[in-house]
Structure formats: structure tokens, C-alpha cells
Design a binder for this molecule. Structure first.
Ligand SMILES: [Zn+2]
Length: 108
């Protein structure tokens, strides 16, 4: 069963910004909401970087990353700073940002 999808404004802005990668991004987006735990990385809070606890990332090619949360998972992470799940079902993927690795991980 697919998860529901929810797109944050930042993610929609990023899609426009990287329009040349649009098809590849959407292909990976579909794969994520079909199976969000498969082949995705649970993020943490490395020293000197943003606290991304509760978030996950997935590759688009070598250097691009999609960052997202799964509501059922991030609801159980009290330190999650990117929980936009209020009013959404547990089986929802919230897409946060997409971009080159360093930009995505710093939410820029
Ligand atoms: Zn959440």
C-alpha cells in the first residue's frame, strides 16, 4: 500500500529550481511513497550540522538528495525539528527538500 504524499512549499520551489532533473526526482518520489523505508537513510544530528533527527534521505543520482519524513516515524522522534505531520495520517510521507547533497542537508 502506498503512503500518502504531502509536499512542503520548499520542496515545490526546489522542483522548479532543478527542472532539468524533474523526471528523475518524481521517479524517486514515487519510489519513496511506495516504500519509504526501503533504501533510505535515517538521519541524525552530527556535530556542527543541522539537527535532522526524524528525517530520512534518498538519492537522486550520485549527488542529489531528497529529504523527507514519515509521519509515523517522526511522531516518535521527540527531537524532530521538521515535523509537519499535524492533521496528517501516520502513513504519510512529507517531502521537505531536494537538491545537491550539501544544500539539502543544510536546508538551503
Ligand atoms: Zn512528523
Amino acid at each position: 500500500m502506498s503512503y500518502q504524499q504531502h509536499y512542503m512549499p520548499r520542496f515545490e520551489k526546489d522542483i522548479k529550481r532543478y527542472a532539468n532533473l524533474r523526471d528523475r526526482i518524481y521517479k524517486q518520489v514515487k519510489r519513496i511513497y511506495d516504500a519509504p523505508y526501503f533504501n533510505t537513510e535515517y538521519l541524525g544530528h552530527p556535530p556542527g550540522a543541522l539537527n535532522l533527527k526524524g528525517c530520512r534521505s534518498a538519492h537522486v543520482g550520485m549527488n542529489f538528495r531528497i529529504l523527507f519524513v514519515i509521519c509515523e516515524e517522526c511522531r516518535n522522534e521527540p527531537e524532530c525539528e521538521y515535523c509537519f505531520c499535524e492533521g496528517l495520517a501516520d502513513q504519510t510521507v512529507v517531502f521537505l527538500t531536494v537538491g545537491p547533497h550539501d544544500k539539502a542537508y543544510s536546508m538551503q
